[in-house]
Design a protein. Structure first.
Length: 165
C-alpha cells in the first residue's frame, strides 16, 4: 500500500459506504479486533480532517477502541462482502474470525489493517462520548435502540491514508 495525503482522496464517502463495506479495527498486531461498520461520517472539526465512527459497548471491538489511541477504517471491493458480513456478525470473543475468513493482518503506522483492503485510513482518537438518548428523536430510539445498548461515538483525526495501487 502507498501513502497519500488526505486531500488526495477524491472519493465520495456517501457513494463508497453505499457500494462497499468497511471495517473498523483497533488494537495492536498482537491483539486486535475488527468489526464491519455501516455508520461513518467524515469532515473537519477543530481544524482537523476527521472521521466519526460508532461502536456499541456490547461489541468486542469496543474494548480495543477504548484502550488504544489509534484505529483504522478500511474499505474493500464488493467481492469481499460475504467475508465482511462474517466479520460483522461473529464475535472475536468466540472465534478467530479474521483467520476464519482468511484475511491477512498488517501493521500500518502502529495500527492494524489487512492486506485485502483497497484503502485504509488511520485515525487517532481526539474525542469520544456515549450517545445520550435524551437528545435523540424518538424514531431513532425505536428503530435502532429497542433494547438500549446505545453507541459510543469516536472522532478520530485522520493521520494517514493508504491506498492499494
Amino acid at each position: 500500500m502507498r501513502e497519500i495525503k488526505t486531500r488526495q482522496l477524491n472519493e465520495n464517502f456517501f457513494e463508497v459506504m453505499k457500494s462497499e463495506w468497511a471495517l473498523l479495527t483497533a488494537g495492536t498486531l498482537d491483539k486486535f479486533n475488527t468489526m464491519t461498520i455501516g455508520w461513518l461520517t467524515a469532515g473537519i472539526i477543530w481544524g482537523k480532517d476527521v472521521i466519526t465512527c460508532y461502536v456499541r459497548p456490547s461489541r468486542y471491538t469496543y474494548e480495543f477502541i477504548q484502550d488504544n489511541d489509534l484505529f483504522t477504517i478500511s474499505f474493500y471491493y464488493p467481492q469481499y462482502r460475504n467475508l465482511l458480513s462474517h466479520l460483522g456478525t461473529h464475535s472475536g470473543r468466540d472465534e478467530d474470525k479474521v483467520k476464519t475468513v482468511g484475511f491477512h493482518p498488517i501493521e500500518l503506522n502502529h495500527a492494524v489493517s489487512f492486506e485485502e483492503a483497497r484503502m485504509t485510513i488511520i485515525c487517532k482518537k481526539i474525542y469520544d462520548q456515549a450517545m445520550d438518548e435524551t437528545q435523540m428523536q424518538t424514531f431513532g430510539i425505536e428503530r435502532y435502540y429497542p433494547r438500549g445498548d446505545y453507541h459510543r461515538f469516536y472522532i478520530g483525526e485522520i493521520i494517514k491514508v493508504y491506498v492499494k495501487d
